[in-house]
Design a protein. Structure first.
Length: 255
């Protein structure tokens, strides 16, 4: 007996699922949709080449634990890293405050493997940084919410873990004062790798992340003059729900 493919009108709706940390993005799937989950784990890791290929279901926390054994990390600080999967981060193009100094996921992705709606396995990019052959399908699927294919594997270029890092904060009563301080911080020889301006409780707060050598970081802290803050600030900041805050990327004159 030969299997016959279903006509498009009778094919079930398939929804790729990660950890549902950004399930509201793009709207809910149709009722009765079949949910597809990616496997989790490390496929290949080349510390000398500073590249890694992982199954899309691995969590951000688990990935960072693996990389920490070699003094490396992936500078994507997605909210809820204990649950957020690499496939979900890639599909939603999720960024955190570290985007300011390290870039976006699109700057780190070097290869991807997917399964299309008709069941075909396709690959884009590769497992090495210097791979420029063919179309750059990595960027096409970034932020596509899995609508162009189910993400199965992803390869990333990595970075050395900073030798030393400090978190600092600076309260300000007015927006102009906070913005002026932010511009001063950005003018330093070693500017923050993350800088957030938060408006809450009737005032403004600047939070910065300074990374580098210990001597260099301490020198920048003296020049900046902001108060030290616990590193846990970033985790707490990331957990704030979208109904309480929003991240804006606009020019000053547009605010």
């Amino acid at each position: 007996m030969n299997a016959q493919p279903l006509p498009p009108s009778e094919m079930p709706v398939v929804t790729p699922v990660g950890a549902r940390t950004h399930w509201e993005v793009g709207g809910p799937p149709p009722t009765g949709a079949l949910e597809v989950y990616a496997p989790a784990g490390v496929i290949t890791y080349e510390p000398a080449d500073m590249t890694i290929t992982v199954a899309a279901g691995i969590t951000m926390t688990r990935l960072q634990e693996v990389l920490a054994t070699e003094g490396q990390f992936l500078p994507i600080d997605a909210p809820d890293p204990d649950r957020a999967t690499l496939g979900g981060i890639y599909a939603t193009n999720t960024c955190g405050p570290r985007r300011f100094g390290w870039g976006r996921p699109r700057d780190m992705i070097i290869g991807v493997s997917l399964v299309t709606a008709d069941g075909k396995a396709i690959k884009g990019g590769g497992r090495v940084v210097k791979n420029v052959s063919g179309y750059d399908l990595n960027k096409l699927h970034l932020g596509a919410l899995g609508t162009l294919g189910v993400i199965v594997e992803a390869s990333f270029k990595l970075f050395p873990t900073p030798l030393y890092e400090e978190t600092v904060r600076r309260p300000a009563g007015r927006f102009e004062e906070a913005w002026s301080e932010a511009e001063r911080a950005l003018g330093l020889k070693m500017p923050p790798v993350a800088l957030e301006l938060v408006h809450e409780d009737g005032g403004f707060n600047l939070a910065g992340r300074i990374a580098g050598s210990e001597d260099g970081v301490r020198r920048i802290l003296r020049e900046l003059g902001w108060a030290k803050a616990p590193a846990s600030f970033w985790q707490e900041h990331a957990r704030r729900t979208s109904d309480r805050w929003a991240r804006l990327s606009v020019r000053r004159g547009s605010l």
